[in-house]
Design a protein around this ligand. Structure first.
Ligand code: 5GP
Length: 208
């Protein structure tokens, strides 16, 4: 099976993280861990939720071309480490990036075959409610994040799929269905087609 990239974006509070955590590695998923200069929230673990790094380390990674994409989001830098993504694609994995829209579009330019999924909360009010209830950000940051969410809306049209995250299990099932269907495209199964074609030659020989 050939590897592929699935990018999941959506407003802060859309539940992307929760959905991504439910994608089972046994089904071929490999979730990329981003680097960020943002400070860890209570409960976040370095190397699991993010690699928390300094601005200087971030600048070095960027200069050394170790980031597949990067973006400054509400005052902090975020980026996708390139080597992990490239290795996992070679291994045939469904590599999942949970990143915001600008980064997603940067990746799409480099990997036009990447599948872009936008995860949306059912309503803006629900988004606001989730952000406030999460209790991890102060009022100013919440407002900045909500503003940023509205700026992302026009870019949704550049995505391949839109999933409403009303119930987590149903959103996970939809993302799973998208990835599985995309995996079956002939363009992602060239080797299988080649193998089939070469077995035809052997059969001709057999029936002569
Ligand atoms: P948070 O601070 O809530 O963890 O993340 C803020 C935003 O940055 C979210 O929309 C998240 O998806 C996005 N993000 C996380 N990692 C990356 C990354 O590596 N690159 C980009 N472009 N965005 C990211």
């Amino acid at each position: 099976m050939e590897g592929m990239l699935v990018i999941i974006s959506g407003p802060s509070g859309s539940g992307k993280g929760t959905v991504v955590k439910e994608l089972d590695p046994a089904n071929g998923y490999a979730v990329s861990i981003s680097v960020t200069t943002r400070k860890p929230r209570p409960g976040e673990v370095d190397g699991k939720d993010y690699f928390f790094i300094t601005e200087e380390e971030f600048a070095n990674m960027r200069e050394e071309n170790k980031l597949l994409e990067h973006f400054a989001y509400v005052g902090n830098y975020y980026g996708t480490p390139r080597p992990y993504v490239e290795d996992q694609i070679v291994k045939g994995k469904i590599v999942v990036l949970e990143i915001e829209v600008n980064g997603a579009l940067q990746v799409k330019e480099k990997f036009p075959e990447a599948v872009l999924v936008f995860l949306m909360p059912p309503t803006f009010t629900e988004l606001e409610r989730r952000l406030v209830n999460r209790g991890t950000e102060n009022a100013v940051t919440i407002e900045d994040r909500l503003k940023q969410s509205m700026e992302e809306v026009p870019l949704i049209h550049q995505y391949d799929y839109l999933v409403i995250n009303d119930k987590v299990h149903s959103a996970v099932a939809k993302v799973d269905a998208i990835a599985n269907a995309e995996r079956l495209r002939p363009k992602r199964n060239k080797q299988t087609i080649k193998d089939f074609a070469s077995s035809q030659v052997q059969m001709d020989f057999y029936t002569l």
